[in-house]
Design a protein around this ligand. Structure first.
Ligand code: FES
Length: 120
């Protein structure tokens, strides 16, 4: 997804019609001034947005498996809660315990994302 503008931190970005943006239930977008990589996924449980970096080693979550309200990193298998970002498969560590999640929702068929206020 390439939004016309990447959104100012703290604002809401309209990414377009949800069925066009997420035809296969997954989309990548870069938002904010620093181009924060965001992964958006949709399933029967809802629409979820997160920083597209696994907190463990910082790899992209493009190939991560999504099941219900959790996402499982394809590299070492850590599983994170899609809403809270909490790591479900291992007790949170000092620095790599939590996936950064963002507010994302559908309003009148349009996919909206709260642009992160700062790099996280
Ligand atoms: S890089 Fe994701 S679990 Fe290790």
């Amino acid at each position: 997804v390439r939004p016309r503008d990447h959104g100012e931190p703290g604002t809401v970005l309209d990414l377009g019609p949800v069925d066009e943006v997420l035809p296969r239930g997954r989309a990548r977008v870069e938002v904010g001034r620093d181009g924060t990589p965001v992964l958006i996924v949709r399933n029967r449980r809802g629409v979820f947005a997160m920083r597209n970096r696994c907190p463990h080693r910082g790899v992209r979550l493009d190939d991560a498996k999504v099941r219900g309200k959790s996402i499982k990193c394809a590299f070492h298998g850590r599983e994170y809660d899609l809403r809270s970002g909490d790591c479900r498969s291992k007790p949170p560590g000092r620095r790599d315990g939590r996936l950064t999640t963002y507010r994302c929702w559908v309003d009148r068929g349009r996919l909206l994302l709260a642009v992160p206020a700062e790099r996280s």
